[in-house]
Design a protein around this ligand. Structure first.
Ligand SMILES: NC(=O)c1ccc[n+]([C@@H]2O[C@H](COP(=O)([O-])OP(=O)(O)OC[C@H]3O[C@@H](n4cnc5c(N)ncnc54)[C@H](OP(=O)(O)O)[C@@H]3O)[C@@H](O)[C@H]2O)c1
Length: 276
């Protein structure tokens, strides 16, 4: 199949696709054809209020449940242990699923400072069979080190803001050194200012590809799992038609040079930004 997505194995043994499907702001019937278009890793969150839609899409699809990898996320307001446990149960009931393949802490919220309790709840939920693999989003190295020190368990995945304007070079290196897989949220920078960027357009022209495909191929070659969101079926296909060409080292380096120290889209630095 043309859009067969290669896999990667996480440090706990779970194998997942190297490109997934984002669902922020996809509610109701929007986007439900993504599974039929070839996506197997689906990214939702309690706060997106679409876990029900995802569960319905799983049931309607002809792809067996065990071939799908469904991710959800724990919101900041439910980090206390008991609340975290009931929220994971609520997430399952909303989607009408027996288990999530991945469950992530959505933000560390270091000022609130309860993320270690939330992490302990995820560790236990995995033991109880609610979740197959546990990870985080937006955790900085000092947050990850604390998880390791206080629970002995490091996440399999850290989902972070990553796109050509913010390439997270140091954070990615840290992950690599600790066998954590990097997942890229807003991989297309929500298409703000990227699609008509002349440098990216030039590379796209040389490969006879779209700028979105160039960016998604760049994530793939960085070993970061991109989870582009699109409500548009033709774009869903376009975004996973990236496995039959390669960017040169020079092209990778040219794209890396677009990154800026303050390149976050909305100034959401996890050291200070909190989301509930
Ligand atoms: N963990 C976190 O804190 C966090 C934060 C943000 C996002 N996320 C996750 O990351 C996912 C992806 O990020 P995102 O939704 O913010 O942004 P994104 O995937 O970078 O961009 C989505 C936008 O790009 C457009 N688009 C997609 N493919 C395109 C293509 N081939 N050509 C032109 N336009 C295209 C979409 O339009 P159409 O839909 O109209 O096609 C949509 O407007 C989210 O959906 C969510 O699952 C996680």
């Amino acid at each position: 199949m043309a859009n067969q997505i290669p896999n990667i194995t996480l440090h706990d043994g779970l194998t997942i696709p190297k490109v997934g499907f984002g669902t922020y702001r996809l509610n109701g019937n929007d986007g439900v054809q993504a599974i039929d278009n070839g996506y197997r890793l689906i990214d939702t969150a309690y706060n997106y209020e679409n876990e029900g839609t995802i569960g319905e899409a799983v049931r309607r699809s002809s792809t067996p449940r065990e071939q799908l990898l469904i991710t959800s996320k724990l919101p900041g307001r439910y980090h206390h242990y008991d609340k975290a446990v009931t929220t994971i149960q609520e997430s399952l009931y909303r989607a009408n699923l027996d288990y999530y393949d991945l469950y992530l802490i959505h933000w560390p919220n270091p000022i609130q400072d309860v993320y270690v309790e939330a992490w302990q709840a995820l560790i236990d939920a995995k033991r109880w069979g609610y979740i197959r693999s546990i990870g985080v989003c937006n955790f900085l190295p000092n947050h990850l080190e604390r998880l390791k020190k206080e629970t002995g368990v490091l996440p399999t995945i850290n989902q972070i803001e990553l796109h050509p304007f913010f390439n997270q070079e140091e954070q990615r290196k840290w992950h690599q050194d600790h066998q954590i897989v990097t997942e890229s949220w807003s991989p297309l920078a929500r298409t703000n200012d990227v699609l008509d960027h002349p440098v990216l357009q030039e590379i796209a022209k040389n490969h006879n590809r779209t700028v979105s495909q160039i960016i998604l191929r760049w994530h793939y070659q960085l070993d970061a799992i991109a989870i582009p969101k699109s409500a548009t079926p033709s774009r869903q296909l376009e975004n996973i038609s990236i496995f039959d060409f390669e960017l040169s080292n020079e092209e990778m380096s040219i794209i890396n040079q677009l990154s800026k120290a303050d390149g976050r889209m909305k100034d959401q630095d996890p050291a200070v930004y909190e989301e509930f």
